[in-house]
Design a protein around this ligand. Sequence first.
Ligand code: CA
Ligand code: CA
Ligand code: CA
Length: 644
Amino acid sequence: MRLGNEVMLALTAVFCSSALSAQSNTYILNGSATQNSCNCYTLTQTVNNQSGSVWNSTKINLNNPFDFVFNVFLGCKDADGADGIVFILQPISTSIGGIGGGMGFQGIAPSVGIALDTWQNTGYNDPVFDHLSIQLNGDINHADDIVPYMQASPTNPNIEDCQWHTFRITWDPALKLLKTYFDGNFIQQAAIDLIATVFNNDPMVYWGFSAATGGANNLQQFCTALNPGFTVTPSGNGACDGNAVAFTNTSASFAPITHFFWDFGDGTTSTLASPPVHTYPGPGSYTIKLAITGLDGCFSDTLKKTFVVGDYPIAGFTIYDTCEGKTPRLRDLSQVNFGNINQWQWKLDGNPVSVSQYPSLTGLLPGNHNLQLTVKTDLGCSSAPVSEPFVIKPVPVVEAGFGNGCVKIPVQFTGRQTDNATTISQWNWDFGDGQTATQQNIAHSYADTGNYTVQLTSLATNGCSSEIQSLPVTINKVIANAGRDTVIIKDQPFQLNGNGGITYAWSPPIGLNNPGIANPVTILQDDIVYTLTATDANGCSDTDEISIIVFKGSAVYVPSAFTPNNDGLNDQLKPSYTGIKTLDYFEVYNRWGGLVYSTKNMSAGWDGTVNGAKQSPGVYVWMLRATDYAGKVYQLKGTSMIIR
Ligand SMILES: [Ca+2]
Ligand SMILES: [Ca+2]
Ligand SMILES: [Ca+2]
């Protein structure tokens, strides 16, 4: 920014509306300065090359301490915002100021300036950040500073942030200490005998602000502080119904506060600096207001804060009896009219168990229990505790007894109760083959072989079910084979050949050397049918029969006549065979030697026709060859007559 140290002369004098204090309520405005309200002034507008200053019209005596609190506004432009404002003590005039980087302070001597500098003038060794400095006699070059400059805001290198900030300056003549604060934070101090060192032993000085713009600008303002403030106890969100609430005044003001106006939001008010504790008429949200008036006659804005008075919640819940191993069903029914329940304290059988809305109630032992709940709101209001009894009911315990079985043979299933706390009212068998039963003990037959999963549960009279017992069962099957039917020779040993099982029994035992083995030897005199019972390792069994014919001798007989008239008697010429194993042929010829019939089938015979034509009565010749079971061959020839 361009150097600017022009000193301006007085232009205007403006008076505040109240005349409560002759010393502090009259201010003289110069240059671009304007009054915004009773206690607030604009020093420069957003216009280049402006100079504004505001001076209290009455000198103060530096032999007395002061504690000045201001609100300052450095504008809304940072990089292109300039130049800053300076609090100045000087004995010369109420009509001085100047434009540019000197901020209206440059060149004024004797003087003390406390600058809030928002433009970096490298020629004056300004840092890049907005800074606070304590300087003497209008010398703005930091090379000559009596104490180091500091960043003006400890939290932000930029104070041209469109915000109001507090700016406090105190003077202690006993300690000869000048101290500065920004937004409530101590920033810098200078230990200096101002009266003797700077002001040539004259304690009387004017105080005021100057500000300037140059090639860049900002809206720059200050107020003599008139900031209402208070705290409420209890702090936080609020209080519970019926509790006393305390209010503490924390207002900050340039001039002494002459009047307080409290509105507690419930129709009651107070004008005391420290109002008595207050009890609100009931739960609700109240708007507390405080406005103050300074000794200079200025009225503050009204500070408003919302304060919530909560009511007491009512704890409530329902809990349902359940069976051991299950979690009892729980429903929180707590309620509150004002505020929000955000804390739950559960006690189970007298012991704290949870602070969740829904505690985890698992693994409880059977028996009588008691659950207690106390709730609290976000306003800190607690309910009375409520309790509910509940019961964890015992569950039956059962065992299933059975063994592996055989197809279509009933398997015995046995249910056994092993607890003594329940009375079982129903048993539930699932045999794994789609069949179920509800008896304690029951026989069940499986239609097919296989591995099945049997499940057993029981239901007790208290409504609780046992855990599912799940066990495998194997169903087996045996197919007995006694061998093919056969013909054997009388009195000759014959070995039977049974299979299909592990153990065997042949019945009847006639002729057998051992009826209890698979392959006994039999010697027979007469035909017999044996029944073989084969049994496997699981006890499954099956039976099969073998029919044995005993060959005792052979014979062939051919009738000498037959009567093929379809009367059912002797209608065929058919040999009878005894002990014959195979027939090679049986042939019939007519009287002219023509073959009229031939067969190898021992159950067949001639019906007296050839190609459907009845043959004439008379004599026919037959020939036959057959072999018996002993190997004897019959070669026979003879005649038979057709009789019609
Ligand atoms: Ca700036
Ligand atoms: Ca500067
Ligand atoms: Ca800045």
